[in-house]
Ligand binder design. Sequence first.
Ligand code: NDP
Length: 246
Amino acid sequence: MENIAAKVVIITGASSGIGEATAKLLAANGAKVVLAARREERLQQIVDEIREAGGEAVSFQADVVSAEAMRKLAQFAMDRYGRVDVLVNNAGIMPVSQLSELRVEEWDRMIDVNVKGVLYGIAAVLPTMREQKSGHIINVSSVAGHVVSPTSSVYSATKFAVRAIAEGLRQEESPESGIRSTIIAPGIVDTELVNSVTSPGVKQLGEMMRGMSISPDRIAKAIIYAIDQPADTSVNEIVIRPTVQP
Ligand code: NDP
């Protein structure tokens, strides 16, 4: 993993699941990782584990729905390490439900975290990456960013949006600025994501889905594959799902 070592990588949603697994795998391969999320204690615990294993990591409490907090996160990484090589736009929530349930607050929240959070992440690092003439933004979408199913309308809409934003970024930034954009589209992964479901019928489905899930490590490996490519190679999208998932 020669292209991972010493890279400065910011990861949002690093306090659990895919973000945590990615932070640990990156640090084990020599990257300097900046872990961000809202739960400070969880972040600190993961940072301690990474350091005990000989890796380099710091944490920063940030809510991705705040553009200001995202700017501060990028500034924190700059102050600490002097550059930002990669942003993993990973934070997300999935309170899925039927549209007829009119869970309007959950729709708003999903759009804020999953879409605006990704945009604010891009806004926070793009000027620095343009100045550096290099950078890589990994955007975590979903298989639900390719297909819609009952109860997933709004979640899918946010994940379709992530793919649109990431692909637009790729087209605008390469080749001139040397900035790469990658979409990661996981299927069902065993994480805390289903905990954000409040609709009773869907909660049951969520538990059932957990039975066919794969480990977050598999997604971390896909993310690392994209980051490890030399500067002349751009991984546009990786779709990765459990073999048993239709
Ligand atoms: P987890 O629930 O384990 O992780 C979600 C992470 O996002 C947590 O670290 C959480 O931290 C963070 N987060 C949530 N809201 C905010 C916020 N407002 N500001 C900052 N951080 C926030 O789930 P996953 O690891 O599964 O999810 C990671 C990404 O993967 C999401 O974008 C999800 O949509 C996507 N994905 C997941 C799939 C799956 O089956 N698990 C399938 C396809 C895509 P905290 O609460 O501390 O802020």
